[in-house]
Design a protein around this ligand. Structure first.
Ligand code: G3H
Ligand code: 13P
Ligand code: ZN
Length: 309
């Protein structure tokens, strides 16, 4: 039982066409719900912390909670920085004991993304920490993205190969049509699998990462709306598409929005049905159970990762 890097997890995932869930964490109940599910399913697990999570909960609390989860469950867990925007935040997390960091240089021109990523790789690798980088831009919600728009924003396979070679990065987040949040597509969901296959063919040993991979399950949106929410037109990535991505080199699947929806739906329902209650444990307990249920569903039915830890 330990904090581990993603190296072994990804090697196994790449060989066996399954994916490791990387779940965003912001508080104790979220962490507990996720690790309970991973323990139940004997699944490999990445817990990831965004800059927003660090601001909300403070880094020391999150790190100690993850350490407590390892002590309590005996699981091996990778602790990962999600979307580090500069060298300093990556260095801070490496120094704080994270076992994996993401440097997100996707907003920079290609050469600057390479330079920044290489700087982080050199530092992180000297401390035994894995690095994820990103190339290409996650699409926003658009009708019918045409070929020109795709070529301008999605990850270019040749560039991906050059990027990995020049930076020595351990894994690469690719843009093939996903986006963050609950509103991913206006019309039919579309991911550019030809592009993903081309990237995987050129860099078959590099684990690929899919950000914005929540499915936004309709029953959870409906439950939020039934109990006073207002989330119209939300739509995510169909679960079958995530399974397909795992066959073409995607080893890490990032999920945050689905946890938010599961937790919020449960809290809304509880508070509507128990207007006299005001003990937070009464609704945070069921919310934690809802997180566990969602993560278990993902590990079993979408990521194919049960029994792989
Ligand atoms: O990449 C986005 C993740 O869902 C984290 O979101 O920046 O609101 O913590 P956040
Ligand atoms: P979702 O918003 O689809 O859950 O994506 C989360 C993510 O990519 C975190 O980096
Ligand atoms: Zn992301």
């Amino acid at each position: 039982m330990a904090l581990v890097t993603t190296e072994r997890m990804f090697k196994q995932a790449l060989e066996s066409d399954y994916a490791v869930g990387a779940f965003n964490v912001n508080n104790m109940e979220i962490i507990q719900g996720i690790v309970e599910a991973a323990m139940e399913e004997k699944a490999p697990l990445i817990l990831q912390v965004s800059a927003g999570a660090r601001k909300y909960a403070k880094p020391a609390y999150l790190i100690k909670l993850v350490e407590a989860a390892i002590e309590d469950t005996g699981l091996d867990i990778a602790l990962h920085l999600d979307h580090g925007e500069d060298f300093d935040i990556c260095k801070k997390c490496v120094d704080d004991g994270f076992t994996s960091v993401m440097i997100d240089g996707s907003k920079h021109p290609f050469e600057e993304n390479i330079r920044l990523t290489k700087e982080v790789v050199d530092y992180a690798h000297s401390k035994g920490v894995s690095v994820e980088a990103e190339l290409g831009k996650l699409a926003g919600i658009e009708d019918n993205i045409n070929v020109d728009a795709r070529n301008a924003t999605f990850t270019d396979p040749e560039e991906a190969a050059e990027f990995v070679e020049k930076t020595g990065v351990d894994s690469l987040a690719v843009a093939i049509g996903t986006s963050h949040g609950a509103y991913k597509f206006k019309g039919e969901p579309y991911l550019d699998f030809d592009r993903l296959k081309a990237i995987h063919q050129l860099i078959p040993d590099t684990p690929l990462v899919l950000h914005g991979a929540s499915t936004v399950l309709p029953e959870f949106v409906a439950k939020c709306n039934e109990y006073g929410g207002d989330i119209p037109g939300a739509q995510g990535v169909p679960e079958d598409m995530i399974k397909t991505a795992a066959r073409y080199g995607v080893c890490k699947v990032n999920i945050d929005t689905d946890l938010r929806l599961a937790m919020t739906a449960e809290i809304r329902k509880y508070l509507c049905e128990h207007p006299a209650d005001f003990d937070p444990r009464k609704y945070l307990g069921p919310a934690r159970d809802a997180i566990r249920g969602m993560v278990q569903h993902k590990i079993k039915n979408v990521l194919n990762a049960s029994g792989k830890a």
